[in-house]
Design a protein around this ligand. Structure first.
Ligand SMILES: *Cc1c(COP(=O)(O)O)cnc(C)c1O
Length: 374
């Protein structure tokens, strides 16, 4: 067994593998003498929505602000309510609240961990203006039934695509499935910058134009402020790095899928719940999340065998201390709460070697076998 720990993520290795293109991108920006709202952002604002199959992209400073600005651009604001999930990364809720709205939580589908379309309608009231679906772990939410409910109640649909660059639903890519989408390029995402960055993606020209104003102090043209906005810019360094890395996204996602397939083949006979790729969907495995019954012990024994694991996410948002006001929504969130104590993520980044992937799988087998022998 190797003595070195296989870490949960390894951005240093990622950089080393793509060093020449990344260094070239950074030097190009340094030499240009132009660091904000320049040619790199202009290129990336064409190329990334083009990759998704959408018309417009508005570069912003983070995924959180992409959610805030996407909602604002759809006209969601103070006093409005937004349906979403509690089994997500807290920033989904940060973005909703920054837009002025209140989150109303819908429970998740137990097999895919994404919003359960059958439970949406009972949560709608007259203050609801939008639904923020989260394509969690790299798999799209079941959009068709959600879009039909949204049409019936005239709700806007925002996709939180922070974990789903390149994921597909019925042949269409994440980012084109609702009215507007929010992407994060946090360094560890499937497409990551080397710092913070995000993007609002849409096919709607009006939404795109409002997003452009909202990210730039509400300016339409220089010193003409039509609405009240914020400062949320993607700088030229991040845009240049993302331009360089976008060319590899499909190959990196394929590598994630290959690792996932290997894990699923090796682990399918064990007494754990593996990720399910629902029919009509292409999972891009931002995370490989399994459910185990004795999680603390599982994680400790994995670490003893040299594998670092992680939890996404240990506490649903409505049970976090900062969000105590939403705790009363608990009785709508049975599956979310039941599963939170069992979730654990295995390492799945593209830079893992075949040997490491094999070692992770073998360690899971051995750890679960020791349980059984006792
Ligand atoms: C990472 C993430 C975000 C936030 O993105 P930042 O760029 O860190 O602001 C939002 N939602 C989900 C589901 C995420 O995974």
């Amino acid at each position: 067994m190797s003595r070195e720990i296989i870490p949960f993520g390894n951005l240093k290795r990622h950089y080393e593998l793509h060093k020449s293109e990344i260094d070239e991108a950074v030097s190009r920006v340094l030499a240009s003498g132009w660091y904000l709202f320049g040619k790199e952002l202009e290129d990336f604002e064409k190329r990334f929505p083009g990759y998704c199959g959408a018309k417009y992209g508005v570069g912003v400073a983070s995924g959180t602000e992409a959610i805030q600005i996407a909602l604002g651009a759809c006209g969601v604001g103070r006093g409005d309510e937004v349906l979403t999930v509690s089994n997500t990364c807290v920033p989904t809720i940060t973005g909703i609240e920054a837009a002025g709205a209140k989150p109303i939580f819908v429970d998740i589908d137990p097999a895919t961990y994404t919003m359960n379309p059958f439970l949406v309608e009972e949560r709608i009231n007259e203050r609801c203006k939008a639904i923020v679906v989260v394509h969690l772990y790299g798999q799209c939410t079941d959009m068709e039934p959600i879009l039909s409910i949204a049409r019936k109640y005239r709700l806007k649909v925002v996709e939180d695509c922070a974990q789903a660059h390149g994921a597909e639903y019925k042949g269409e890519r994440a980012g084109t499935l609702g009215d507007v989408a929010a992407f994060s390029f946090y360094p560890s995402k499937n497409l990551g910058a080397l710092g913070d960055a995000g993007m609002v993606v849409t096919n709607d020209a009006d939404v795109a134009s409002r997003a452009q104003m909202l990210r730039n102090y509400g300016q339409k043209d220089l010193y003409i402020h039509l609405i009240k906005g914020i400062n949320s810019r993607m700088d030229e360094f991040q845009a240049a790095i993302l331009n360089a890395k976008l060319s590899y996204l499909d190959a990196l996602n394929e590598r994630r899928r290959e690792i996932a397939k290997y894990y699923i083949d090796r682990l399918s006979s064990l007494n754990i719940v593996l990720p399910l790729e629902a029919s009509g969907r292409k999972h891009v495995y931002h995370l490989f999340v399994i459910r185990v019954s004795n999680r603390d012990r599982f994680m400790e024994e994995m670490l003893n065998r040299g594998v670092q694991t992680a939890i996404h996410y240990p506490t649903p948002v409505h049970l976090q201390p900062a969000y105590a006001e939403y705790r009363e929504q608990s009785h709508y969130l049975k599956v979310t709460e039941e599963q939170a104590g069992q979730l654990v993520s295995l390492p799945i980044y593209p830079e893992l070697t075949d040997g490491e992937v094999e070692h992770v799988a073998l360690s899971v087998v051995k750890v679960l076998n020791t349980y059984r022998e006792e």
